[in-house]
Design a protein around this ligand. Sequence first.
Ligand code: SF4
Length: 335
Amino acid sequence: MLDQTLPEKEALLEIENLHVEFRTSDGVANVLNGVSYRVHTGETLAVLGESGSGKSVTAQTIMGILDMPPAVITEGSIRFRGEELLTASANRRMEIRGDGVAMIFQDALSALNPVFTVGFQIEEQLRVRRGMSRKEARVRAIELLDLVRIPAAKSRIKDYPHQFSGGMRQRAMIAMSLALDPELLIADEPTTALDVTVQVQIMELLAEIQAERHMGLILITHDLAVVAEVADRIAVMYAGRIVEQADVNELFRAPGHPYTEALMNSIPRLDLKGQTLKTITGLPPSLLNIPPGCPFHPRCERAEDRCRTERPIQHNIGFGRASACHFAEEVVSRA
Ligand code: SF4
């Protein structure tokens, strides 16, 4: 089912009913089980969930960089500006990658090539994809490093990735991802490996660049504080499904799925000092063996008999939001 949380308008990216499985020696892992969402120009969609919920696999499928095999896309559609990506030729996918959609990875040190200078890695794209001369590419690369606030960009452009701090490497990754002026940027946990002060700086930088360029931004994170600061809408994932989608203010006002509610209750709060912090009991299910009914039922405080047998479908619950819980309306009204 497509995300119906927004009125119809042209979407930059539309993912519909995406199913991906990993065929491993231990069995078939159902990694994505009908993921659907849309992103519009100038919008920030935060995709939130625990590790293994399918956030990054969805992003890799959009980018066409999923390892296949073991991954197999068994069903679904991904359209960028109305063009189907899953059946596009390899050349067309490559054209869209960088120009249309670009991605910032979690770990900049692994994503950057250690044997080439930072400048070379930015300039190479500009020469190959834009036909720029070495000199033109160098000028543009310095502009990009300036844009992401690398100090003394003109001289630091000759540095290798290991000569940059963690925060500077992530800034260099952002510069690389912007080199071809993408319309949509996917940032996969872009601040995970950084200390808290640098995390804030990087998120502010991303938000600024996104607003200036009016790009679509998919921000993959498990950090609700980051989401609250920068997102317009949130899609919450659990066990390879979107369990809730909502405008950020609506979701924080009253979550419409017990998993979202539990995530929010597990954030430390100064006004609850001295009280035991609530946690979500148990672990996310093995994707080799997702429980029947609602995949969240073994951990859900609200679970009833119906939840153990009947899989909830994502449905509209008002105020432009959708939830995949049998009792979503009650959850919202009690919040
Ligand atoms: Fe909990 Fe049942 Fe809702 Fe699933 S459907 S989230 S188990 S109340």
